[in-house]
Design a protein around this ligand. Sequence first.
Ligand SMILES: [Zn+2]
Length: 456
Amino acid sequence: MALAYGLFSRLVPESAMTALFNVSFMYSAIDTPLLIAASRKASFSHLGKTISKRSDFMIRNILRNAIDKSNTLRNNLRMLIQKSYKFRFYPTKQQAEQLAKEFGCARFIWNQGLIRREYAYQQWGVSLSSAYDISSQITRLKKLESHAWLKDASSCVLTQKLIDQDKAFNNFFKGRAKFPRFKKKSHAQSIRYQMNQRCVMNNYRSGELLKLPKLGELKVKWSQVPTGIPKMVTVSKSASGKYFVSFMCEVEQGLKPITGKVVGIDIGIKDVVVTSDGFFSGAPKFTYKYQRELKKAQRVLSKKTKGSNRYKKQRIVVAKIHEKIANCRKDFLHKLTTNIVNEYDVIAVEDLNVKGMLQNRKLSKAIADVGIFELNRQLAYKAGWYGKDVTVISRWFPSTKTCSSCGQVHVMKLSDRVMNCDCGLSLDRDLNAAINIKAEGFSARGATYQLEKVAA
Ligand SMILES: [Zn+2]
């Protein structure tokens, strides 16, 4: 690299040197020198500079070589990641009965724990920190004749429920979540089993066998064969009555090859994603699509007497529509984020104050429909998996109001869909923002990671 740099500085004019510095180098999380080539087009037009054909060709060549070298390195690298799996399973009649007991007991324990903690919080504003204090109370409860039915559930399930509650309260006290709520029978249910690692081979074989205490072997529909062995298994029942097992496995993951491309992403409502390369994802308005269906089903539900068999049946119909919407949204976001991570090395996104946006009623429904939280989460963890990088731009950066060609800042109303600038630029509002986000993300990177660092 040092050689290339020396050669380069002798041969090319100064304007192209700026270009070289725009091509920044960085270390990824696993300490591989990763070459990040900004798409020169955007950064050049941003700076209002052009370069000759000859030096453009040279830059491209140097980039190509560096990318190839970097990819050869990356080919041998593996990362250990936590991958989650979820499979549907079909319980026998006995298993369904046992599960109903487990769910019921777990719910009871959760709600009892919640009552005690709520009291402690309201009286003294403190957290009953340890799950084990309450755990000893469960043991006492079990000994009472009136609560003997608690013995029907596996004790590990109940203990785990309290540990989960501990986590929920921790999140609440740290301001990351709302106050934990009471569990209802009509909601989705879930319990967790700790897998004893010493005899796990008797209970778990990937793609073949899953045995759980008091339930025995489960008839799992293995849609793929996970590698690795789970430490914890979650059994859940959706509101529409489907059963699932889910767990995490440690998996060896290869890195995705780098492509030398940087992208800026504008997240919005009209298009979920607009990239600086001019890709408009559109917005799949699932809720709107299914809204009529949902409204109709809910109207029917409201006419049934609560607790009747017909009410229960109709409730499942409503739950199924909700599930359909959630699945469609998840699919859409997964495809979108995977494509972005495949295609780009550095992904610049805005730090959106989603909480603030959710308070705006008009926007909140659309934002919830799009799933911006989920989009950001997926981008971050997928980039981590595959050795790519997400750069978060300050929310105060005026991405929408700045002209991406000359840098002039304008006043833009929400209804202005096109950026019209004195310099002659006339560009879609979101695309203009995406180009600005890219340039901003890139300059942030360039400042931190100097060329010499890798060359040395
Ligand atoms: Zn302009």
